[in-house]
Ligand binder design. Structure first.
Ligand code: NAP
Ligand code: 12T
Length: 349
């Protein structure tokens, strides 16, 4: 299977919002590819997709499709991953899975390379890519934890519709047009595709992402809470989250409140730390009205941080604003970075 002109790659969900960004990211980063299989459902089989100016035909994702594949990037939903990721791994592929199917499995590393690349050494054929909102937050928290210690995080998110897939992007665009044109419309996708109840997203803010849990938090909120503790290897960290969907196409924003173990740290020290940290671009100058916004972060790789300020009551408390392209660092880019780390650390089978 060793190949000096690259690796045998499969992308599962290649026609989707994340899958399309995976292809763009592989191309942009010039990932060494010997062969590329583009997989999706039966519905899309036969469809043509372009990669580096070459035409590829979408094939149906089946267990046999993974014969000879070394790296399989999955983003076709949790049930497809549960069914096919073990089949791919059984055939010798290392799976990088973008769904929530394996993230909390103790035998599956959950990896953001800037934070816990070392966890890849323990993989058993499947590596989980964290939730988009979790990824951008831990990239910003890890340098702070490392230097000053961290004990509490309270986050509120302002999430884009592209996180919920191609159908949700369509719904936002069509609803916006309908409302402006004074036409009737029926919400059919958001907040949760397949659920009974749907709400308007255009010109609105919806405090539900993914399904509600028994404890009153949504699954998206629980993903942020549990994944953050796992990635940062801090079961003792206090984390609470409120996740809100906004009528933004791409780019998640987060208001993050954090408490560190040190009361004497200044805003300038925190800014200096984050301006040097991997994967972060500090954009923070109130005197020039400079701060990150999703419209400026689309198609960018970085996690943007701004609005850093000290809490007025707690000397160890800070507030910051964290923005990133949810389909790139939040999904496709992080997956491709994991694949790059697997190659670098010689962890393919
Ligand atoms: P999307 O735009 O709706 O695309 C879904 C993709 O899955 C399409 O390529 C679709 O292929 C494929 N698919 C659907 N049913 C399939 C089946 N039975 N067999 C094989 N492929 C099938 O959704 P998306 O936004 O790209 O997200 C896809 C998944 O990635 C989500 O369900 C979620 O689990 C995960 N995700 C993760 C993050 C993250 O935070 N890291 C962010 C967004 C999404 P067809 O063209 O054939 O329908
Ligand atoms: N429901 O990968 O709707 O866990 O924005 C990511 C995004 C699930 C995930 C969303 C979701 C995930 C969404």
């Amino acid at each position: 299977m060793e190949s000096n002109n690259g690796y045998h790659i499969a992308v599962v969900g290649a026609t989707g919002a994340v899958g399309q960004q995976m292809l763009k990211t592989l191309e942009k980063r010039n990932f060494p590819i010997a062969s590329l299989k583009l997989l999706a459902s039966k519905r899309s089989a036969g469809k043509k997709v372009d990669y580096k100016g070459e035409e590829f035909t979408i094939e149906e994702a089946t267990p046999e499709a993974f014969e000879g594949v070394q790296i399989a990037l999955f983003s076709a939903g949790g049930s497809i991953s549960k069914e096919l990721a073990p089949e791919a791994a059984k055939r010798g592929a290392v799976v990088v899975d973008n769904t929530s199917a394996f993230r909390m499995d103790p035998n599956t590393p959950l990896v953001v390379p800037e934070v816990n690349e070392d966890a890849l050494h323990n993989h058993n054929g499947i590596i989980a890519n964290p939730n988009c909102s979790t990824i951008q937050m831990v990239v910003a928290l890890e340098p702070v934890r490392k230097k000053y210690g961290l004990n509490k995080v309270i986050v509120s998110t302002y999430q884009a519709v592209s996180g919920a897939g191609a159908k949700a992007i369509n719904e936002l665009n069509e609803q916006t047009r309908a409302i402006i044109d004074d036409q009737e419309f029926t919400p059919e996708v958001l907040p949760v595709a397949g659920d009974e109840k749907h709400y308007q997203i255009a010109f609105n803010a919806v405090p539900q992402i993914d399904k509600f849990q028994e404890n009153g938090f949504t699954f998206e909120e629980m993903k942020m809470i549990n994944e953050t503790k796992k990635i940062m290897n801090m079961q003792e960290l206090e984390v609470a989250a409120t996740c809100v969907r906004l009528p933004v196409e791409t780019g998640h924003s987060e208001s993050v409140y954090l408490e560190i173990d040190d009361e004497d740290v200044t805003v300038d020290e925190l800014k200096a730390l984050l301006s040097e940290a991997p994967g972060i671009l500090l954009k923070d100058d109130p005197s020039q009205q400079l701060y990150p916004m999703p419209a400026d972060c689309v198609d960018k790789d970085d996690v943007f941080v701004g609005r850093i300020r000290k809490d007025l009551d707690r000397p160890n408390g800070f507030h910051m604003w964290v923005v990133s392209d949810n389909l790139l660092k939040g999904a496709a880019l992080n997956s491709v970075q994991i694949a790059e780390s697997l190659v670098k650390l010689n962890l393919l089978k």
